[in-house]
Ligand binder design. Structure first.
Ligand SMILES: NC(=O)c1ccc[n+]([C@@H]2O[C@H](COP(=O)([O-])OP(=O)(O)OC[C@H]3O[C@@H](n4cnc5c(N)ncnc54)[C@H](O)[C@@H]3O)[C@@H](O)[C@H]2O)c1
Ligand SMILES: *[C@@H]1O[C@H](CO)[C@@H](O)[C@H](O)[C@H]1NC(C)=O
Length: 321
């Protein structure tokens, strides 16, 4: 691997040096977006081991990688990525996961916010929408500075699946998944396009039938992708790490890229609640300047998605239920 030029003066802290955290650290290292990557984990021995290993990879890049001594090491971070938390275990309900990780955020987020009051929080821990909102509540940061990876992952998978179906490069497919990073997510069919043409127009021009059943299968594979991976390898890490780097990049480079990420807002009259919509990303965070144009079915789907996230959030906030 060739040595790259010096990265800009950017410090990124990753809270949670588990599978997602270290894969993200490695992807960040190779992306040359940061000059300093700091890992913070309650299991300091594990974090130390990962840092020694990563620092040998860092030899080929130009970033420093180190273990945090404590939350004071969040000071001066451009972005703090939170991947700490438990994964769903067999027999555990989604609600159990919400409560455990919500409690964890109550201990982590205020400490990050105290030491890095100007940072941007990037949440990956699941359920990511609920925890993005928890992170905003607990930090008191403005909504644009608390971002969840949300459906950036699902959007990537959606474009990948559409690209395969239509046999075009996914880069030339424009399509988004909005709402919950989970079962109530909404594929925005009304805006999906290839080469500037909506899918039905594209099919007409190509002289093929718009295949409704095939499109349902695409949406189903997108929604079910994580289950399929977890069924086989017990976790997901590479996709999410690349997506996190894809969110870090436009923030650090201040390049106004539009990425589908989760942030707190009012959606279809429901909220405040965090869910994903295409947002413009720059130095000051995630911005939703231009509302997305949706059809009635999509708006109804979005309203339902917002309500189901809010329900999960309320049960997590209430320790008695
Ligand atoms: N958003 C996504 O697309 C996406 C994809 C994959 C996984 N995830 C989520 O990311 C989270 C992490 O997954 P993983 O596979 O890396 O799990 P993991 O068990 O490998 O790592 C979790 C790490 O968090 C650490 N930790 C626990 N409590 C902590 C605390 N209070 N402070 C600091 N560190 C703490 C643990 O020591 C462990 O190293 C899970 O919630 C998972 O569901 C999200
Ligand atoms: C980022 O975008 C927002 C919304 O469009 C804008 O108000 C802000 O000035 C931009 N910030 C920077 C640093 O460019």
């Amino acid at each position: 691997m060739p040595l790259q030029s010096e990265p800009p003066n950017v410090k990124i802290v990753i809270v949670g040096a588990g599978s997602v955290g270290v894969t993200t650290a490695y992807a960040l290292l190779l992306s040359n977006l940061a000059s300093e990557i700091v890992l913070l984990d309650i299991d300091t021995t594990r974090a130390e081991g990962e840092v020694i290993d990563l620092s040998h990879a860092a030899h080929f890049a130009h970033a420093k990688v180190r273990v945090a001594r404590g939350y004071e090491d969040c000071a001066g971070a451009t972005i703090v990525i939170i991947t700490a938390g438990v994964n769903q275990k067999p027999g555990q309900t989604r609600l159990d996961l919400v409560k455990t990780n919500y409690r964890l955020f109550e201990s982590v987020v205020p400490q990050v916010a105290r030491h890095a009051p100007d940072t941007i929080l990037l949440v990956a821990t699941n359920p990511v929408d609920v925890l993005t909102q928890a992170a905003q509540d607990l930090s008191g940061f403005p909504t644009e500075r608390v971002i969840g990876s949300g459906t950036a992952m699902d959007t990537t998978r959606f474009r990948h699946e559409l690209g395969r179906h239509y046999r075009v490069n996914p880069r030339n497919v424009h399509a988004v998944i909005i709402g919950e990073h989970g079962d109530s997510q909404i594929p925005v069919w009304s805006l999906a396009s290839i080469a500037g043409m909506r899918l039905r127009d594209y099919c007409r021009q190509a002289g093929v039938e718009y295949d409704e059943a095939a499109m349902d299968a695409v949406a189903q594979r997108t929604r079910g992708a994580a289950y399929e991976i977890i069924k086989r390898k017990g976790k997901t890490n590479y996709g999410v790490a690349s997506v996190l780097v894809g969110i870090v990049e436009p923030i650090v480079k201040n390049n106004d890229a539009i990425v589908t990420v989760s942030r707190v807002g009012i959606y279809e009259g429901v909220g405040p609640v965090a869910l994903s919509m295409p947002c413009k990303l720059n130095n000051s965070g995630a911005h939703m300047d231009v509302p997305l144009m949706l059809d009635d079915v999509e708006r109804e789907g979005l309203r339902k998605s917002a309500e189901s996230i809010l329900e999960a959030l309320n049960s997590a906030r209430n320790p008695e239920s």
